[in-house]
Design a binder for this molecule. Structure first.
Ligand code: FAD
Length: 314
């Protein structure tokens, strides 16, 4: 039986792997369905992880040493997709994999991450990471002193537009309706910000670009008219999918308590409502969705998993 099963090999899972093994757990396996590294490997550049000061450091290059560092302390990596985590009456976790096989574990740290929703306009995938972004904290700085477009009309879109308005000379906030679905106070702040232009009743039809990246976005309005907005950056905030499927039980309920939007409820120790089950990174409630935070969560969860195994199995 495993001391700890880690589900997901992004920054949260890898850090959990480092801390559990280095902290004394013997039999720890990290289940990752693809290559370890997580979402950040899709990013062309990361410059907000403390100490990572190399110029033009890609997300892939940044994450490359992480698995090797964990393996040095004994973390085992299994390339498998986990389909379900359940728990038997003795409190042992059952890890069901897509090939039908199972593993048993004393504790589980789940860090399966999240994925921002795509809007589906032409060029969105082609220019993702080259001008199309879903993270203002990550990429906003690259557009310092420039104009950008923001797509969306909810709280996140408006808050990110306000964030970008502090860095960029102008923000075009493009929303398909004439009213926003956000907190009244946030809407008032957006309307009072002079360098945010509201582009309402319009949806992005196509993001335009060249070999260097995005050059603009063409918006189509409800009356079928169009407008081309010339910007090097387009930020899409239309929601986020949490990768929580592994927690869904045979009867359709979740293994642990979840928020209404499908994030795992945790306390400050990354403990879920189920003893021995911890959640870390983008999938937990109120996650800032940053590498440094996911790594921090992974470390916290690992320290708790070590205590849990010591307390219950020794
Ligand atoms: P993820 O990184 O999402 O990792 C989860 C892992 O779990 C994945 O590898 C996935 O394959 C695996 N997995 C999922 N389901 C299963 C399953 N059922 N079985 C097995 N494995 C599974 N953050 C920053 O701090 N700075 C940046 O500059 C920055 N730029 C970004 C740019 C882009 C384009 C994107 C997409 C994100 C960026 N982020 C950035 C955000 C950052 O990548 C995330 O906050 C971080 O990766 C979250 O880590 P995580 O470990 O929680 O989840």
């Amino acid at each position: 039986m495993l001391d700890c099963a880690i589900i997901g090999g992004g920054p949260a899972g890898l850090t959990a792997g480092l801390y559990t093994t280095r902290g004394g757990l013997d039999n720890v396996v990290m289940f990752e369905k693809g290559m370890p590294g997580g979402q950040i490997t899709m990013s062309s550049e990361i410059e907000n992880y403390p100490g990572a000061t190399a110029h033009n450091l890609s997300g892939m290059d940044f994450m490359t040493p992480w698995p090797e560092q964990c393996q040095r302390f004994g973390l085992k990596h299994e390339m498998s997709e986990v389909t379900r985590i359940s728990r038997n009456e003795d409190g042992i976790f059952i890890i069901l994999k897509s090939d039908g096989s199972t593993d048993l574990a004393k504790s589980v740290i789940v860090g399966t991450g999240s994925a921002p929703k795509r809007a589906g306009f032409i060029g969105e995938d082609k220019y993702f990471g080259r001008g199309v972004s879903t993270c203002a904290t990550c990429d906003g700085f690259f557009y310092k002193g420039k104009e950008v477009a923001v797509i969306g009309g909810g709280d996140t879109a408006l808050e990110e537009a306000l964030y970008l308005a502090k860095i960029c000379t102008k923000v075009y906030l493009i929303h398909r309706r004439d009213a926003f679905r956000a907190a009244p106070n946030t809407i008032a702040r957006v309307k009072a910000t002079t360098n945010i232009e509201l582009v309402l009743n319009g949806s992005p039809e196509e993001v335009l670009g060249d070999a260097m990246g995005v050059t603009g976005v063409r918006v189509v309005f409800q009356d079928s008219s169009t407008r081309q907005i010339d910007v090097p950056g387009v930020f899409v905030f239309i929601g986020n999918n949490v990768n929580n499927q592994v927690l869904i039980q045979e009867d359709g309920t979740f293994l642990c308590d979840m928020t209404e939007s499908g994030e795992v409820k945790v306390d400050l120790s990354m403990k879920t409502s189920v003893s021995g089950l911890f959640a870390a990174g983008d999938m937990r409630e109120s996650a800032p969705k940053q590498v440094v935070c996911a790594a921090g969560d992974g470390a916290v969860a690992a320290l708790q998993a070590i205590s849990y195994v010591d307390e219950h199995f020794h």
